[in-house]
Design a protein around this ligand. Structure first.
Ligand code: AMP
Ligand code: GLY
Length: 418
């Protein structure tokens, strides 16, 4: 079969890498892709928001299955458009993707269905939000309702920061995404990402992952799109995972069906493990980045089988199997990221790769046959091992074999789990 993956990041290279191992897959397209996906298939230069062109590609190239990476085309309705045209596609409809597209929708759903989450209120007037903040005090969390490329959340440790955040969000810093704000109770605890395959009815948990969002070692500095991941985080015991499936993930899937917004695709729940038990911080309606990089490294099933089962609402027949031990992903960023950084620098990569790991491209492109940097997060180096110390030792050994100008990475990915 012919498969199309939509997106251009490390997540998409991980998906392409995994799909390429399926005996069922004969050809892979990626739109728009990066230098890593180009080595495994055919990149087609179509932007992820250009749904008409993507659909035309799926028809012309006779694609049998499309897998959507990023949230923007999902909330725009790419799945609805493909389904209407009779093209097989894996991901939630626009109505179901609201779980990620609107934080107010997600919070109201959690409240209605008694899903554990932070206390909150939603406002469409700045003065009202600010009056509420003065009442609850700091610390608190201020969030733009809509998609803001991961930048719409301000964890305010003092009153002034919270009040200013409201003004900035509502004065248009995030465009329409900031027409409403959600103000939340500040929760304390370790964060875990739990992704699940969902078929409208059943949810099949993947292995849990811990992301490292801050730029510097020790979780210091500004937030990024994610500087690295590891799986499994020991704090998230199998017992906790079962509790989260029972109290958060399965009720969410059921709630969406009851609301007439049946969810099919990957449901990513951002969790915080508080003293009062695990709570949902947010949902994403897609594979996570860089969570997917370690999850795909560990998944032993044929991904096509799992996706086909999800599309046929028979995930209850699938058992996922995972490599034992641990896996780690270290993101190699361009100096200056998440602020200003340079693009177009050539990248030196190892000539041979070990069987325990690989290098997944994110912000890379090909320039006259040479792989060059093309984004802030450039590569994700992944490795697995029989335990976390071995996976960490291996991943950093592989990192040493990569070079580009001003390359920067965290040296403590997974250290929290030791
Ligand atoms: P979100 O996109 O909603 O997951 O928020 C991004 C990040 O902000 C999370 O990964 C947390 O680190 C932090 N955050 C969000 N909501 C809360 C909360 N209620 N309490 C504490 N931290 C939060
Ligand atoms: N790693 C967080 C995300 O994919 O949004």
């Amino acid at each position: 079969m012919k498969v199309l993956v939509i997106g251009s990041g490390g997540r998409e290279h991980a998906l392409v890498w995994k799909l390429a191992q399926s005996p069922k897959v004969s050809k892979i397209y990626c739109a728009p892709g990066n230098a890593g996906t180009a080595a495994l298939g055919t990149n087609v230069a179509i932007a992820v928001e250009d749904i008409d062109k993507l659909l035309a590609l799926a028809r012309e190239a006779e694609i049998d299955l499309t897998v959507v990476g990023p949230e923007v085309p999902l909330t725009m309705g790419i799945v609805d458009a493909f389904q209407a045209a009779g093209c097989k596609v894996f991901g939630p409809t626009a109505q179901a993707a609201e779980l990620e597209g609107s934080k107010a929708f997600a919070k109201d759903l959690m409240r209605k269905y008694h899903i554990p989450t932070a206390a909150y209120a939603v406002f469409s007037e700045a003065v009202e939000a600010q009056a509420y903040i003065r009442k609850i005090g700091a610390p608190c969390v201020v969030k733009a309702d809509g998609l803001a490329a991961g930048k719409g959340v301000i964890v305010a440790m003092d009153l002034n920061t919270a009040l200013t955040a409201v003004t900035e969000i509502m004065e248009g810093q995030f465009g329409a995404a900031g027409r409403r704000v959600v103000v939340e109770e500040f929760l304390v605890g370790q964060e875990v990402s739990l992704l699940a395959f969902v078929d409208g009815k059943h949810a099949l948990a993947m292995v849990p992952v811990q992301d490292h969002k801050r730029i510097y070692d020790g979780d210091l500095g500004p937030n990024t799109g994610g500087m690295g991941t590891y799986s499994p985080p020991p704090v998230f015991t199998p017992e906790l995972a079962a509790e989260v499936m029972r109290t958060i993930v399965e009720p969410t899937v059921k709630a969406m069906a009851e609301e007439g917004r049946e969810f099919t695709g990957v449901l990513f729940t951002g969790l915080i493990l508080t003293q009062d038990g695990p709570k949902a911080l947010e949902y994403n309606a897609r594979f996570g980045d860089p969570e997917t990089q370690v999850v795909m490294l560990r998944l032993e099933n044929d991904l096509v089988d799992v996706i086909e089962a999800a599309l046929e609402q028979r995930l209850d027949e699938i058992e996922l199997t995972w490599s034992p031990g641990s896996a780690v992903c270290v993101v190699l960023a361009a100096g200056g990221y998440p602020g200003k950084y340079h693009k177009g620098d050539s990248i030196t990569l190892p000539t041979t790769l070990p069987e325990w790991g690989t290098i997944l491209h994110a912000g890379t492109s090909l320039h006259q046959g040479q792989v060059v940097t093309n984004g802030g997060r450039v590569l994700g180096v992944v490795a697995k091992g029989q335990d976390l110390p071995e996976a960490r030792a291996r991943v950093y050994e592989l990192v040493e074999q990569v070079q580009f100008k001003d390359m920067f990475y965290r040296t403590d990915i997974g250290a929290k789990g030791l």
